[in-house]
Design a protein around this ligand. Structure first.
Ligand SMILES: *Cc1c(COP(=O)(O)O)cnc(C)c1O
Length: 390
């Protein structure tokens, strides 16, 4: 570039120009800590909360802004905040909206780490919580007090998969002026229209279906209300909860195939859940789209699709060791947490430690996440493992 300057300097101050005239389907991936301002006035004029431009990599890049816009579109909302995991997004909502003396209500079938956050972190900051019976809107209504500021809803509940009466839960909170936040990871923005059902805040673990690859951890919080959004965005900035551009790129890459994948997971899961339900060792299938599952009518009233996730209860007459043998005998189903990726997964959950009302579900619970393998191969794998159960 210049004969007088050192090569090292020229490599750093290379006359890079963004590519004018470049057009392609995938969006560019922009990575930066420092964002360069053309002058001091620009430096002073921009705020990250107003998004009147870029200020600092942690506060947003063209890549993260684009993903936020697409996720807001997916959920039918207006604003979106990205966090480094689904659990971080839950924390973003709780710490953004609650303060000392407030109370939080969680469903009885809440995602485990969300209950842990409330019990072991929020309590240390003077924020209390109670669990309400997710299948009884009257129980929720009875627990709302002057101190109640936020109600989390899961549809369906974690692991036990009961689908609640969403409109009734929202109405119970709304009638008392209490905000509702839906963990919409299962719905993925496709199975139900959360904002149309009256929910104020829609959170998702993008780790699951939006990623689809079992290779990214990320969470989102979408709202329609700007004031609510700004409260959570400020806390997000104060805690430094940015996401990496390469991770955002992977979610952007997953979104165009989200609906195709979701409906394929759904169809395969219904078939395999029905197959397991017809086996003598299985006493109950927990899949909200299957008649006979808890909350099936509520699912049918609010949803047009289901995820590829379900649980089954094995006969209480079997021993835990026998059920473990079934799980160990599976070949295509891998043993591991999370879901939404191409590989089918299985986890036996210890319900005794997870539910106050354990007696409602006798037997041994095994949770399945159906991947994208050929359904006949998955069914054959289940059949051979059932034989190992004895
Ligand atoms: C996985 C999951 C989360 C948390 O997502 P991570 O990215 O793993 O932190 C939250 N809620 C539900 C319902 C989930 O399934």
């Amino acid at each position: 570039m210049s004969d007088e300057r050192d090569l090292i300097t020229d490599l750093i101050h290379h006359p890079y120009q963004p590519p004018a005239g470049w057009a392609a389907v995938p969006p560019g991936v922009f990575k930066a800590s420092t964002v360069i301002f053309p002058d001091v006035a620009a430096l002073r004029g921009r705020t990250y909360t107003a998004k009147t431009g870029y200020t600092y990599g942690l506060r947003g890049t063209p890549t993260t802004y684009l993903l936020e816009e697409r996720l807001a579109t997916l959920e039918g909302g207006s604003y979106c905040i990205l966090s480094p995991s689904g659990l971080a997004a839950i924390m973003n909502v709780n710490l953004g909206l609650l303060q000392q003396g407030d109370e939080l209500l969680l469903p009885s079938n809440v995602y485990g780490p969300s209950a842990d956050l409330a019990a072991n972190v929020l309590t240390r900051w003077g924020i209390t919580h109670q669990q309400y019976d997710a299948m009884n809107p009257a129980d929720l209504a009875a627990r709302i007090s002057e101190r109640t500021k936020l109600v989390w809803i899961e549809a369906p509940g974690s692991v036990t998969m009961e689908f609640p009466d969403l409109p009734a839960l929202v109405a119970a909170a709304k009638s008392r002026g209490v905000l509702t936040a839906l963990d919409n990871t299962w719905g993925a923005g496709l199975a139900l229209r959360a904002f149309d059902l009256g929910v104020d805040i829609v959170m998702q673990a993008l780790t699951k279906y939006p990623s689809g690859g079992a290779d990214v951890l990320m969470g989102s919080v979408v709202t329609r209300d700007q004031a609510l959004h700004l409260k959570m965005l400020k806390l997000h900035g104060q805690l430094g909860l940015g996401v990496a551009a390469n991770d955002a790129e992977l979610i952007l890459r997953g979104l165009p195939t989200l609906a195709l994948r979701y409906h394929a997971h759904d169809a395969a899961a219904r078939q395999l859940a029905a197959f397991l339900g017809s086996q003598p060792q299985v006493v109950q299938v927990l899949h909200p789209a299957l008649p006979g599952s808890p909350g099936h009518a509520q699912w049918a009233a609010s949803c047009s699709a289901a995820a590829g996730l379900f649980s089954v209860m094995f006969d209480p007459a079997l021993s835990q060791a026998q059920v473990d043998r079934f799980v160990d005998a599976l070949n295509l189903f891998k043993i591991g947490y999370s879901w939404g990726g191409p590989t089918s997964l299985v986890v036996p959950y210890p319900l005794d430690d997870m539910r106050a009302d354990r007696k409602a579900l006798p037997g041994h619970l095994v949770r399945f996440s159906i991947g994208l393998e050929a359904v006949a191969d998955l069914q054959a794998d289940l059949a051979q493992a059932l034989r190992a159960l004895g």
